[in-house]
Design a protein around this ligand. Structure first.
Ligand SMILES: Cc1cc2nc3c(=O)[nH]c(=O)nc-3n(C[C@H](O)[C@H](O)[C@H](O)COP(=O)(O)O)c2cc1C
Length: 340
C-alpha cells in the first residue's frame, strides 16, 4: 500500500503554466500554516505545494513582510508556496494577486470557503459561495492581473443556494482558475459532520482543470481511498498535517520509520516559532498547533491542558517533552475530540 500511495503521490501535475512535482499538498489553515510551521514541515520532506494562512486582500498591496504576522515567508520556500487571499471586491483581489506574483510566490489562491463570521460579514470567504457571479468576477480579475497559477479553494454552498458545487466549479474554471481545492462540507457546517467525498468525484467530473480533494484524510489508507473513490488529481491535507507534519515525507517515501519523530517535531516547532515570531505570538502559535499534535496520543488532552498553561515557548516545550518521555505512543488515527 505504501509504495502504491507513494507512486500515486509522486506523479508530477501540470497546473496552469507550471508543473508541480507531486499530488500531496498542505491545505491553508489560519494560525497553523505560518512560516515557522512550514519550515518545520520541510525538515521532514515538503508537500508538493504549501498554502499560506489566508491574508486579507485589502491590506496586501502595502503589507510589510517583516512586520505582518501572516504575510511572511522565507524566499527559499517561494517555489512551492501559494498565498491564499480573501476579499470580496474584484479589483482589490486583482491588486493583491499582483503583489503575490511580484513577490515570487508559486501561485495565488482565492478563499471561497471560510465561514468565520468576521470574513463572511465582509462578503468574503464562504459568503462568495452564494454569489457565483461575483465569485467568478473575482477569479477573472485575479487571472487577468497576474500570470501565476490561480487556484480556488471552496466548499459546498449552503442548502438552498441557486448554484451547487459543480456549478461553482464550472464558474471558477470559466473565469480562468488553473486548479480547484474542494472541501465537500456544506458551509457553515463545522468539522464534526463528515465531508461527502462523492461530491469531490462530481466536481472532478464537471471540470477539466485539476481538482484537489480535501477533508478527513487521516491515514495513508484514507488518502488512497480518496484518490481512488473520487478520481481527484491530488489531495490537500489540513489537520493531519498539523498533527503529523512528517506525513508528506512518509507517504511519498522519502522518510523512513523513526520513533523520534514526535520529539523532533516538538523541538523544531518550538525553535522555529521563536525564530519567526515575537515571544507572545510564538507562544500563541505553539499553543494552537499543540491541540492537533496532542490529538496523536492517548491522554493527549492532558498534554493539551499542560501546554495551555505554559508561560512561554520553552516552558511549553519542556511540558511536551516530559509528556513524550513518559512513553506516549502515536495512535492509528488522531483523537477527533481534540481535532475538531
Ligand atoms: C485551524 C484551521 C484553520 C483553517 N483556516 C483556513 C483558511 O485560512 N483558509 C481555508 O481555505 N481553509 C481553512 N481551513 C480549512 C482547511 O483548509 C481544510 O479545508 C479543513 O480543515 C478540512 O480538511 P482536513 O480534514 O484535512 O483538516 C482551516 C481549518 C482549520 C482546522
Amino acid at each position: 500500500m505504501k509504495t502504491e500511495l507513494a507512486e500515486l503521490l509522486n506523479r508530477p501535475l501540470r497546473i496552469g503554466n507550471k508543473t508541480v512535482s507531486g499530488r500531496l499538498v498542505s491545505a491553508p489553515m489560519a494560525g497553523i500554516t505560518h512560516a515557522a510551521f512550514r519550515e518545520m514541515v520541510e525538515g521532514f520532506g515538503p508537500p508538493a505545494l504549501f498554502y499560506t494562512e489566508m491574508a486579507g486582500a485589502k491590506a496586501l498591496p502595502i503589507e510589510n513582510r517583516r512586520t505582518s504576522p501572516v504575510f511572511r515567508w522565507r524566499d527559499a520556500e517561494l517555489p512551492r508556496l501559494v498565498c491564499q487571499i480573501f476579499g470580496a471586491e474584484p479589483q482589490m483581489m486583482a491588486s493583491a494577486a499582483r503583489r503575490v506574483e511580484a513577490e515570487g510566490f508559486w501561485g495565488v489562491d482565492i478563499n471561497c470557503g471560510c465561514s468565520a463570521a468576521a470574513i463572511r460579514k465582509q462578503g468574503a470567504g464562504a459568503a462568495l459561495l452564494e454569489k457565483p457571479r461575483l465569485a467568478g468576477e473575482i477569479v477573472a480579475a485575479a487571472r487577468a492581473a497576474a500570470r501565476l497559477p490561480v487556484t480556488v479553494k471552496f466548499r459546498n454552498p449552503p442548502a438552498g443556494s441557486k448554484a451547487g458545487a459543480t456549478d461553482l466549479a464550472r464558474v471558477f474554471e470559466d473565469a480562468g482558475a488553473d486548479a480547484l481545492v474542494f472541501h465537500p462540507r456544506t458551509s457553515p457546517d463545522v468539522r464534526t459532520r463528515p465531508p461527502v467525498w462523492e461530491h469531490i468525484a462530481q466536481v472532478k467530473a464537471a471540470v477539466r482543470v485539476p481538482v484537489f480533494g480535501n477533508g478527513n484524510v487521516f491515514t495513508p489508507e484514507s488518502c488512497l481511498r480518496m484518490l481512488r473513490l473520487t478520481g481527484c488529481d491530488g489531495v490537500a491535507v489540513g489537520r493531519l498535517a498539523a498533527a503529523r507534519p512528517w506525513i508528506f515525507g512518509e507517504w511519498t517515501g522519502v522518510l523512513g520509520p523513526d520513533k523520534e519523530l514526535p520529539v523532533k517535531t516538538a523541538k523544531a516547532m518550538a525553535e522555529l516559532c521563536v525564530l519567526h515570531f515575537d515571544l507572545r505570538r510564538a507562544l500563541l502559535r505553539y499553543r494552537k498547533w499543540s491541540a492537533y499534535f496532542a490529538a496523536n496520543f492517548r491522554f493527549g488532552h492532558y498534554l493539551w491542558k499542560q501546554v495551555r498553561s505554559a508561560e512561554d515557548v520553552p516552558d511549553a516545550l519542556e511540558k511536551t517533552l516530559r509528556f513524550l518521555a513518559e512513553g506516549a505512543e502515536i495512535s492509528a488515527v488522531p483523537n477527533a475530540n481534540l481535532f475538531a
